[in-house]
Write a protein that binds this ligand. Structure first.
Ligand code: NAD
Ligand code: DAU
Length: 351
């Protein structure tokens, strides 16, 4: 039996991934560890609570002792590291926690995995690992920086992150790579484009706009709204990670994306139209400092070498997502009435 340790599995993408794994692999043990920060929500996992192949442990990935205890008591064979501070705007307000969680947390996980997986952990020249082990680092296309009007991100591009968030993710990528080169650790890094779908925290563009439309509140659009993101449904991101976990070649980086570039303003207008609201709600606000203009993922490597492809079209995915938020108003109300209310009023104090 395989034991997969998923970190950050109470967040948006992590919870979608944990549910996929628990349902798809009844013969695996899925252990979800999460510190339950503002972004972690056990409500996201209600469907699988009590399943015999699923365990939740509250733990901070920076807590070396706790992580070691988890490895000591479980025969962990794979780590999928989602745990992170993930919001660019928050990284501009408060960079430190991004560095400690996203960089040091990753290093703690790598060191612990190395200790438990290396055949001779005392020998620095030993590059032999227990059979079938893997460390999968969930990274982001933002590590490549920003594109101009043309071109796409490919895996061999130099990393040129522009925000404290993306710089912390790029640092973690470099450390994961170094553990492969120096210690022979079997690793993969995935770099995905913008996700959307159920259970996304309402600080991010799509759920924020849906929620504000429903409340008849202004829709904050940064700068001229012509920044471009390459959107992928969360379930397609999760299926890609599952593919890399099982088929990825050790040491390789895989971009994940669905060739779906959209300008922010077009996304906002699409949501307004779907919800039958007025474009008068749009409010252009001061741009995000260091705002990346355009992202676009070249997914040739994962599609041709591993045979993955996305299942969702954007039209289907966004329709279902909007409907999900309409059907789950209680989920969003529980969030926006907590600490998030203070974040929102500070962040958008001028509208
Ligand atoms: P999220 O903010 O919704 O969830 C992050 C989770 O990590 C939360 O459950 C939180 O409690 C947990 N966490 C934070 N700090 C922790 C710590 N120190 N120890 C343990 N748990 C901790 O984020 P998300 O959007 O689901 O993103 C998940 C991962 O995917 C991140 O690594 C992010 O960089 C990456 N990613 C996200 C996107 C996207 O569009 N959202 C795209 C590509 C890659
Ligand atoms: O590309 C992958 C990344 O996508 C992930 O690594 C990050 O974790 C994830 O948060 C996301 O980053 P973005 O900064 O692209 O996502 P966000 O939803 O914050 O913003 C999407 C775009 O919308 C971006 O150009 C900024 C803009 N925006 C965002 C908000 C919250 C607005 O115009 N107004 C807003 O209020």
């Amino acid at each position: 039996m395989k034991t997969v340790l998923v970190t950050g599995g109470a967040g948006f993408i992590g919870s979608n991934f944990v549910k996929l794994m628990v349902k798809k692999y009844p013969d695996y043990n899925i252990i979800n560890i999460d510190a339950l920060t503002y972004a972690g929500n056990l409500e996201n996992l209600k469907d699988i609570e009590g399943k015999s192949n699923y365990t939740f442990i509250k733990a901070d990935i920076r807590d070396k002792e706790k992580i070691e205890n988890i490895f000591e008591s479980n025969d962990v064979s794979a780590v999928v590291n989602f745990a992170a501070e993930s919001h660019v705007d928050r990284s501009i307000e408060e960079p430190e926690v991004f560095l400690t969680t996203n960089i040091i947390g990753t290093q703690v996980l790598l060191d612990t995995a190395k200790k438990y997986w290396k055949v001779n952990s005392e020998d620095k020249y030993c590059k032999e690992y227990k059979s079938g082990v893997k460390f999968l680092q969930v990274s982001t296309d933002e590590v490549y920086g920003a594109l101009g009007k043309t071109g796409m991100f490919i895996e061999t591009m130099p990393l040129m992150p522009n925000s404290p968030y993306s710089a912390s993710k790029a640092s973690a990528d470099m450390i994961v790579r170094a553990y492969h080169e120096t210690f022979g650790m079997p690793v993969n890094i995935t770099r995905c484009s913008n996700n959307y779908g159920p259970y996304q925290f309402p600080e991010k563009l799509i759920p924020l706009v849906i929620n504000n439309c429903l409340k008849q509140k202004d829709l904050p659009v940064y700068g001229d709204g012509m920044q471009v993101r390459d959107w992928l449904h969360v379930s397609d991101h999760c299926s890609a990670i599952d593919t890399v976990l099982h088929k990825g070649k050790d040491g390789e980086v895989y971009n994940i994306g669905g060739n779906n570039e959209r300008a922010n303003i077009d996304i906002v207008k699409l949501i307004i139209k779907t919800l039958d609201k007025s474009e008068d709600l749009i409010k252009y606000v001061k741009d995000r400092p260091g705002h990346d203009r355009r992202y676009a993922i070249d997914n040739t490597k994962i599609t041709t070498q591993l045979g993955w492809s996305p299942a969702y079209t954007f039209e289907k995915g966004i329709k279902e997502t909007i409907q999900w938020y309409l059907d789950n108003t209680e989920w969003i109300e529980n969030i926006i009435t907590g600490d998030y209310a203070n974040y929102y009023s500070n962040m958008y104090s001028n509208i």
